[in-house]
Design a protein around this ligand. Structure first.
Ligand code: PEP
Ligand code: MN
Length: 267
């Protein structure tokens, strides 16, 4: 099957020029990489404020933080839910950083809209949740679509096609690492996909070296490699006290390490 039939909306053939996705004054797909930073999970007002003000000071453009968490175990912390959305908006108002947070079910969409969440994240585990993709296709909100951990590039782009199918043109892709035979790190950051998708699609694509590496000490080199391969931005997990984090502390940068990462990427 030829590419033009596979992808009607996401392909470069359908739209040769790069798409710019705007979230407030932040522009994905423009001249400069977008830096999103924040905790894996919103844990408390104090935690979120400490991290949000810290990453803002280092020059981050957007704040991340999960309120509805897709945890592998039902016994793990599931997130603060709507209370977490409220805290994200509070931190956004205090810092001026727009927020991105994961939506796991279309049932929760009214709450995300009511709290005016700036950008909705579709997580790796939901990349092929077609009813969620269809629901978000009709919403006038920018979407951050993460690659499924075992999804091919074609399946990834077809998931984006679902989002665009009923009118949502504000789609940013995110390469977050895939599963392979290699077990020495959490996932493998697929740099090939970054370079390839920049060719195949007009949509912006960012990288998540935190979930790819699974360990903090590999995050900065992978972040630099991702930008070299063509990523339009990065999403980085940062915690003011990684050892105390309720989720993904091992892969979270301290505020100090994030500041250094910002110096590297701005060089
Ligand atoms: C996250 O961003 O915290 C997350 C759960 O990511 P992923 O869906 O890529 O695993
Ligand atoms: Mn995480």
């Amino acid at each position: 099957m030829s590419q033009t039939i596979l992808y009607k909306k996401v392909s470069r053939e359908s739209k040769p020029e790069n798409t710019i996705v705007r979230v407030g004054s932040v522009e994905f797909g423009g001249l400069h990489p977008v830096l999103i930073a924040g905790p894996c999970t919103v844990e408390s007002e104090n935690q979120l404020m400490a991290i949000a003000t810290g990453v803002k000071k280092s020059g981050a453009h957007m704040l991340r933080g999960g309120a509805f968490k897709p945890r592998s175990s039902p016994y793990a912390f599931q997130g603060m839910g709507i209370e977490g959305l409220k805290l994200l908006k509070k931190a956004s108002a205090a810092t001026g950083l727009p927020v991105v947070t994961e939506i796991m079910s279309s049932e929760d969409l009214p709450a995300f809209l009511e709290h005016d969440i700036d950008m909705l994240q579709i997580g790796s585990r939901n990349m092929q949740n077609f009813s969620l993709l269809k629901a978000l296709s009709k919403v006038n909100k920018p979407i951050l679509l993460k690659r499924g951990m075992s999804a091919t590039v074609e399946e990834f782009l077809l998931a984006a096609e679902y989002l665009m199918h009923q009118g949502n043109n504000q789609v940013v892709l995110c390469e977050r690492g895939i599963r392979t035979f290699e077990q020495s790190t959490r996932n493998i950051l697929d740099l090939n996909s970054l370079a390839l998708i920049r060719q195949l699609s007009h949509l912006p694509i960012i990288a998540d070296p935190s979930h790819a590496a699974g360990r903090y000490d590999l995050v900065t080199p992978l972040a630099i490699a991702a930008l070299g391969a063509g990523a339009n931005g990065l999403i980085i997990e940062v915690h003011h006290e990684p050892e105390e984090a309720l989720c993904d502390g091992k892969q979270s940068l301290t505020l100090g390490s994030f500041e250094k990462l910002m110096l590297c990427v701005n060089r």
